[in-house]
Design a protein around this ligand. Structure first.
Ligand SMILES: [Zn+2]
Length: 402
């Protein structure tokens, strides 16, 4: 067994499409959905997995290696289901767009422009390209520009997709110099539960709960709501430039705070033996499975993914691995007896309907996330929990509002 793994990151961008054919890309993601559905349907029917790629590729109106990548992703979802029963059985009847997964320099290409932008070209359909430039946060753009110019990073597969109605490209890059410890070789698993006004962490080893920390950041929630109201007001007055300025200020404020919180998470985790940081994978759910409106709201309204990205990025450079689990029921399950019921939770209070265990509900969720992380990636057993330590709370320092 190898102890080291490559440092891979996914960078997210919005697509500023300038070739006037956004619908072509949308059609291609619908085609990717039918490739996905057909692959899952055949796999459920018991068709030999080795025979599925050719079977599906013949009918698909996509670049061939792109079809192969989508088929591989669908089979990966089936394998994940059989192996871990982690995300439930993948659906083959869901409709709407599905990410178009492409190989670099085959299904898509990137280049630096004279203006310092990154131009993209996606082969949405055979001989038919969608072109433009990438937009996104500096954190992601800076890494990508470095990757295009230096040997320190290698560019890999990407996914083109529609998120909340707008086109995005998620690019995988690999750092060729850094490695990360294999996540299966961990002694402590840290469950991270991200909420609108705090992040809850629980460290779980074979011996039980090693510690819990809740980092409160009420100012992020407060500021996001404050900026939202201000933007609404200028929007109604049709003052677009002020609207954009406010949006930029809000983004900088939130980003600055999330960086601090993510540093805190990584530092806290490193006090434990061989830590692995585990998050809820909201993206996988979004792409593959039918879920209710509550989960869809969580997906769109909170800076979950930014905090997860910053944390996993910083952790990687310290050699600390990160892992992802299915978020289903993590907030409803009793960490002591396992009883799962929606009525167990009432906002921040958790009281088990079966064993009467009471807790801070976000801490309970972080225990459950750690438990899933152990079951999924470790070969040691989840410890029986008889009592949980007192929740330690800290707050990001409050900055005066100007
Ligand atoms: Zn219970």
């Amino acid at each position: 067994m190898t102890d080291e793994q490559a440092l891979v990151k996914t960078l997210d961008f919005q697509l500023d499409i300038q070739s006037d054919n956004e619908s072509l890309l949308y059609d291609a993601t619908l085609e990717a959905r039918s490739v996905y559905n057909e692959t899952i349907r055949l796999a459920k029917q018991g068709v030999d997995w080795n025979a599925i790629p050719d079977h599906v590729a013949d009918d698909a109106n996509l670049v061939k290696n792109t079809t192969q990548r989508v088929v591989a992703k669908a089979l990966g979802a089936m394998e994940n289901y059989y192996e871990y029963d982690d995300f439930g059985q993948p659906s083959h009847t869901k409709d709407g767009p599905y990410p178009l997964r492409a190989n670099y320099e085959e299904g898509y290409n990137l280049s630096l422009t004279d203006d310092g932008d990154v131009a993209f070209r996606i082969s949405a359909k055979p001989y038919n390209h969608v072109k433009g430039v990438l937009k996104g946060s500096n954190a992601h753009l800076d890494i990508l520009k470095t990757a295009l110019e230096s040997d320190e990073w290698k560019i890999g597969t990407a996914e083109a997709l529609f998120h909340g109605g707008s086109a995005e490209l998620h690019v995988n890059v690999t750092n060729t110099e850094q490695t990360v410890r294999d996540k299966q070789d961990s002694r402590t698993v840290i469950g991270v539960d991200v909420n609108e006004d705090n992040v809850s962490l629980t460290a779980l080893s074979e011996d039980g709960v090693e510690g819990t920390l809740v980092i409160d950041f009420p100012e992020i929630k407060f500021e996001r709501h404050r900026y939202f109201t201000m933007r609404k007001r200028v929007q109604n007055a049709r003052k677009d430039s002020i609207h954009d300025t406010l949006e930029g200020r809000e983004e900088r404020f939130v980003r600055d705070r999330l960086h601090k919180v993510s540093r805190h998470i990584v530092e806290w985790s490193q006090q434990f033996e061989k830590p692995c940081i585990v998050f809820e994978d909201l993206k996988e759910m979004h792409d593959s499975i039918d879920y209710g409106t509550r989960m869809n709201r969580r997906l769109h309204h909170l800076p979950f993914r930014a905090l997860q990205f910053y944390t996993s990025y910083k952790a990687s450079f310290d050699g600390v691995p990160t892992a992802w689990i299915n978020p289903e029921y993590t907030s409803q399950r009793c960490p002591m007896c396992g009883h799962t019921e929606r009525a167990n939770r009432n906002k921040k209070r958790f009281k088990c309907r079966s064993c009467s265990h009471q807790d801070h509900s976000d801490r309970g969720a972080s225990v459950n996330i750690a438990v899933k992380g152990i079951k999924k990636h470790q070969d040691w057993n989840v410890p029986a929990l008889n009592s949980l330590p007192v929740v330690r709370k800290v707050s990001t320092e409050r900055r005066s509002l100007s």
